[in-house]
Design a protein around this ligand. Structure first.
Ligand code: BTN
Length: 255
């Protein structure tokens, strides 16, 4: 018997809770292609077996310990050139959800990882279905490490690692849905500048000089000064502002 008690008006009101699922994003994308789901439909599991991550990576998660959620939005109002705002609102929603438990050193790492003390607690994968010049469906995929004790990657951590207590996966999922709806409504109301400015306030390394890596493995230093409307990261490198695509740059830690 599940207990998803919702505080939303449309996000999650239609929900599919799966005891096990390969990828909630794939399940949601299939729904979009086959069934014209209503906006806000959520696909939720605590046991995802073939989660998809960014850069073609997998997203691994121990059974029964973590949240894997995909929410179907229909942001027909949003120009394709502004689709990065979907990353912004999703990052802010996850940030707000975790902020109730983790006040210190919670950051958004561009474009949309959530870090606590420089460890990744949450990852986001947004997959859009474009029809004509509009986004017909956006599948907002969110993985949050909640009760998992240990990870294969030293850069990963869970909420429990920081709070030393177990958390209710249903209650956190409901809170996440509420925060996502709030942020989505701010976007729908057209408050782009406000969203961008809150995102920058919470951005890891904003204003700082740090090391980055290019695809040829070479390292360079840059100061993170912003994010372009198209989502590219802006760094000052040797006194010149340069924009970087997600595939063009990696953050370097510990130099
Ligand atoms: C990343 O690489 O950081 C993004 C990870 C995104 C994982 C989530 S879990 C729910 C949804 N379903 C998937 O298959 N992936 C996303």
């Amino acid at each position: 018997m599940h207990k998803l008690i919702l505080y939303t008006s449309f996000i999650g009101q239609e929900n599919i809770i799966l005891p096990i699922c390969q990828s909630t994003n794939q399940f949601a994308l299939d729904l979009c292609e086959q069934q014209a789901p209503q906006e806000g439909t959520a696909v939720l599991t605590f046991h995802q077996t073939a989660g998809r991550g960014q850069r073609g990576n997998t997203w691994q998660s121990e059974a029964g310990k973590n949240i894997a959620l995909s929410v179907i939005l229909k942001p027909g109002f949003l120009e394709i050139s502004k689709q990065f705002y979907l990353n912004i609102i999703t990052s802010l929603a996850v940030y707000e959800t975790l902020h109730s438990f983790l006040q210190e050193d919670l950051k958004i790492k561009w474009p949309n990882d959530i870090l606590c003390c420089e460890k990744k607690v949450s990852g986001i994968l947004i997959e859009n279905i474009i029809r004509g010049s509009r986004i017909a469906y956006s599948v907002i995929g969110i993985g949050i490490n909640i009760n998992q004790d240990s990870f294969d990657y030293p850069q990963a951590a869970s909420l429990k690692n920081f709070t030393n207590q177990e958390h209710d996966l249903y209650a956190l999922s409901a809170s996440l849905l509420k925060h996502l709806e709030e942020q989505y409504l701010i976007l729908k109301a057209g408050h782009y500048n406000a969203l961008k400015s809150v995102y920058l306030q919470r951005l890891f390394r904003y204003g700082d000089l740090a090391a980055y890596q290019l695809p040829d493995n070479s390292l360079f230093e840059g100061r993170l000064v912003g994010v372009q409307e198209d989502g590219r990261l802006l760094l000052i490198v040797e006194e010149e502002v340069k924009a970087f695509d997600f595939k063009e740059i990696r953050f370097v830690y510990g130099l």
